[in-house]
Design a protein around this ligand. Structure first.
Ligand SMILES: Cc1ncc(COP(=O)(O)O)c(C=O)c1O
Length: 413
């Protein structure tokens, strides 16, 4: 099997009648910040500057820069202080980066089911998964749509369980006047090159919790090292060297300066395309909650009504791609229990911590764990090239392509 590619290399072949997010729009001051790094002989603290600017923009106390969201959430997981076999309830429809750190820290990912008709978790789908081993809830705001956070936060509070957010797909989306990523105890962000604030590999964790922030800096950026008098560096835990590179920080800083404008355009584009798609029989755009004022995304999705078309979702998506939507594809691979076969193998083999104990029970890691999510994503078509370059005409073209493909594959009944 072919190895997965990332960044511009993965997007290079995506051509069509709509823009590709590459080459990226980059904030005009990026070269100035990059030059500063070189001209000062690497002495400028660009990461610190970005961390402060991003925290201020979100209105949170702390931002901890990392080389991506995968490492950001790994640092968060390493800072939680739970025990092997403790359970983290997490969205089943997401990227591997959401769960990589949990797995490496010997937490058991418990994939709750999604709410019907969306790719997000809800308080109702999370609650049945709570056990006395649950240490945290990690929600993902998939395709820029913010989860209904108030009931989720209330549920976490009721059980004394912290709620964390994965905001990679919803950077600067808002819910009831609050930015995604500022509602839970901490949140991971990605600034990977195709994302809303794309700046090469990069990410961060944000939090208002002073103690957690200090711990994440220690574990994530200082490799859990302290200076022991008369000895030298002493590593008191298994820390990481996950600092955000200075050059990434420079580009992130420049991207932050243009993000409002870009997000405003993405919001208009996503809503315009969604409105147009809603008018096509058999096509259901991702529902935008009333509580969401800003819809910021880099990936857009719609689902096919059951029985509406004679072709498979994959065929529908590839016809959309052939007709000009760059990168249109099926979304089934986003269903983590199906996408991580090694978890089921580990469980079957009784590998630590999936052995019982420390695991509280033996789980099967397949889509049967979350049947609503599996059925739903099997009908989802998505494309990842939504960006601020889309004009109103591009929105019309996107809808026209879906209309043509839908009409060509419509069931007769
Ligand atoms: C929801 C989600 N979480 C985590 C990640 C991983 O982010 P990164 O590539 O910055 O490690 C991604 C990347 O696409 C994502 O979409």
């Amino acid at each position: 099997m072919e190895r997965v590619k990332y960044g511009a290399a993965a997007w290079a072949h995506l051509t069509g009648r709509l823009p590709n997010s590459f080459p990226r729009t980059v904030g005009p001051r990026a070269m100035e910040y990059l030059a500063e790094i070189v001209e000062t002989g690497l002495t400028v603290d660009m990461m610190g500057r970005f961390e402060r600017a991003f925290a201020e923009k979100l209105g949170v106390r702390h931002c901890i820069g990392t080389p991506g969201c995968t490492p950001a959430l790994a640092v968060l997981a390493a800072s939680l202080g739970g025990e092997a076999g403790d359970e983290i309830i997490v969205s089943p429809v997401t990227d591997y980066g959401t769960v990589q750190g949990l797995i490496r820290e010997n937490y058991i990912p418990v994939f709750a089911d999604t709410a019907p008709g969306t790719m997000n978790l809800s308080a109702e789908t999370i609650e049945p998964c709570i056990t006395d081993r649950t240490r945290a809830i990690l929600v993902v705001h998939k395709t820029g749509i913010v989860c209904d956070m108030d009931p989720i936060l209330a549920l976490g509070k009721k059980h004394g369980i912290p709620v964390f957010e994965d905001v990679c797909q919803a950077v600067f989306s808002t819910y009831k006047g609050r930015y995604a990523g500022t509602m839970g105890k901490a949140a991971g962000f990605s600034f990977d090159s195709e994302k809303t604030m794309g700046a090469d590999v990069g990410g961060c964790v944000v939090t208002d919790d002073d103690e957690l922030a200090e711990r994440m800096r220690f574990i994530g950026q200082s490799r859990a090292g302290v200076q022991k008098p008369h000895f030298g560096r002493l590593h008191t835990e298994a820390g990481y060297a996950y600092r955000m590179p200075q050059c990434t920080a420079a580009i992130c800083l420049a991207q932050l300066e243009i993000v409002d404008e870009n997000v405003a355009r993405r919001d208009l584009v996503a809503r315009d395309i969604s409105r147009r798609l809603a008018a096509i029989p058999g096509i259901v755009p991702e529902p935008i909650p009333d509580a969401q004022e800003v819809y910021s995304c880099w990936m857009l999705a719609f689902s096919l009504e059951p029985g509406a078309f004679t072709c498979t979702t994959e065929e529908f998506a590839s016809q959309c791609a052939e007709a000009g939507i760059p990168g249109a594809g099926a979304a089934a691979y986003y269903l983590m229990p199906d996408a991580l076969p090694f978890l089921d193998e580990w469980t079957e083999a009784g590998r630590f911590p999936y052995s019982t104990p420390p695991a509280s029970t033996k789980r099967r890691y397949t889509g049967v764990m979350c049947p609503t999510a599996r059925e739903y994503v099997s009908r989802v078509v998505r494309w990842s090239t939504i960006c601020e370059k889309y004009t109103d005409e591009h929105c019309a073209i996107a809808a026209e392509i879906v209309q043509v493909v839908a009409d060509a594959n419509r069931s007769r009944s």
